[in-house]
Design a protein around this ligand. Structure first.
Ligand SMILES: NC(=O)C1=CN([C@@H]2O[C@H](COP(=O)(O)OP(=O)(O)OC[C@H]3O[C@@H](n4cnc5c(N)ncnc54)[C@H](OP(=O)(O)O)[C@@H]3O)[C@@H](O)[C@H]2O)C=CC1
Ligand SMILES: CC(=O)[C@](C)(O)C(=O)O
Length: 332
């Protein structure tokens, strides 16, 4: 069993007295910056002039400046910009200020692993990757808890890179939940695979296929939504709490029998073969190349697919039903 690191394994004092620049104030940036600040650390925010997030960051008590200014002032630079923009911003605004003794931090290994950013050898380069969407990184911290995170060291110029990574993980609350050590390559390839084949991609296609099957057979769209999306969260919550066995204990035996007999027809051997092909395309860089080229072409396919997905009937039905479920926690 891999070693997990917790509060006692991390020393926040290593970051006290250092200026931490969080570049970006989006899903991860707003959460990590606020958590670090609430942990008593000195955080500044780097954003592009005119960013819509500037006011929100200032309202949260942060000094906001350009990425270049923040990089100049910082001892620790956390790049929480979109993966596809990090290389350009790094080369134009960060690289020149990444002087000896500083630390460069990431929450996803994409740009290091695929050679889009190549830092100088005299700086620490490490990762602290929360295994959670940013908004839950913040929500769990405010509730006195934390989300699990991965750490990885790419360069250890100071001899303390891992200790600094653990201190940073403690600053965002993750040592309350548990921190696992990995490599930039393992985090990058498993994270890309997870979000494509299981979490976002696999799950949304499974939900839409189920919803479409029921609606096309003439059942009410509301019923299809409750069955295929609303209840999926509840079932996954049970898996999260106690594994497949706890979920199967909690659901009816009828459901468990159907689960164990029909499930393998839905996610079958062909699905597993396709998952292996998806992983190969991640490992050999084909996905990374497609994503970087898509951005260089100003995202024609990304924009078209986003528009088409937003028009799927499940989105309208879901919006109407969520409005009726007053108990549902609305996202910030
Ligand atoms: N989303 C998540 O839950 C997770 C994300 N990660 C990783 O965290 C990193 C950040 O992702 P995420 O938080 O989702 O990103 P978001 O898209 O939510 O936020 C990006 C931030 O960067 C700013 N930004 C965009 N372009 C520029 C630019 N050229 N110059 C300066 N600032 C810019 C945006 O502000 P504006 O556009 O207003 O300028 C925004 O504040 C990525 O590496 C991602 O892989 C890791 C784990 C989970
Ligand atoms: C939340 C997370 O880690 C994801 C899905 O991989 C991402 O948003 O990058």
């Amino acid at each position: 069993m891999a070693k997990m690191y917790y509060e006692v394994d991390a020393n926040l004092e290593l970051l006290k007295g250092k200026v931490i620049a969080v570049m970006g104030y989006g899903s991860q940036g707003h959460a990590q910056a606020q958590n670090l600040k609430d942990s008593g650390l000195n955080v500044v925010i780097g954003l592009r002039p005119g960013s819509a997030r500037t006011e929100r960051a200032q309202a949260a008590g942060f000094e906001v400046m350009t990425v270049e200014e923040a990089a100049k002032r910082a001892d620790v630079i956390q790049i929480l910009l979109p993966d596809e923009t990090q290389s350009k911003v790094y080369n134009e605004e960060i690289k020149k200020h990444l002087t000896s003794g500083k630390a460069l931090v990431f929450s996803h290994g994409f740009n290091i692993h695929f050679g889009q950013i190549v830092p100088p050898s005299d700086v620490d380069v490490f990762m602290v990757a929360p295994k959670s969407p940013g908004h839950l990184v913040r929500r769990t911290y405010t509730e006195g808890a934390g989300v699990p995170a991965l750490i990885a060291v790419h360069q250890d110029a100071s001899g303390k890179a891992k200790e600094l990574a653990l201190a940073y993980a403690k600053g965002i609350g993750s040592t309350k939940a548990g921190v696992l050590e990995t490599t930039f390559g393992e985090e990058t390839e498993t994270d890309l695979f997870g979000e494509q084949a299981v979490l976002c991609g696999g799950a949304s296609e499974l939900v839409k296929a189920g919803f479409d099957t029921l609606v096309e057979a003439g059942y009410q769209p509301e019923i299809a939504y409750f069955e295929c999306l609303h209840e999926l969260k509840l079932i996954v919550d049970l898996m999260y709490e106690g594994g497949m066995s706890w979920m199967r204990y909690s659901v009816s035996d009828t459901a468990q029998y159907g689960d164990m007999t029909i499930g393998k027809r839905i996610v079958n051997q062909e699905t597993r073969k396709e998952m292996k092909r998806v992983l190969e395309e991640i490992q050999d860089g084909r996905f990374a190349k497609a994503w970087l080229l898509e951005n260089q072409a100003n995202r024609p396919a990304f924009n078209a697919m986003t528009r088409n997905e937003a028009n799927h009937p499940i989105e309208k039905v879901g919006e109407q039903l969520r409005g009726m479920m007053s108990w549902l926690k609305k996202h910030e």
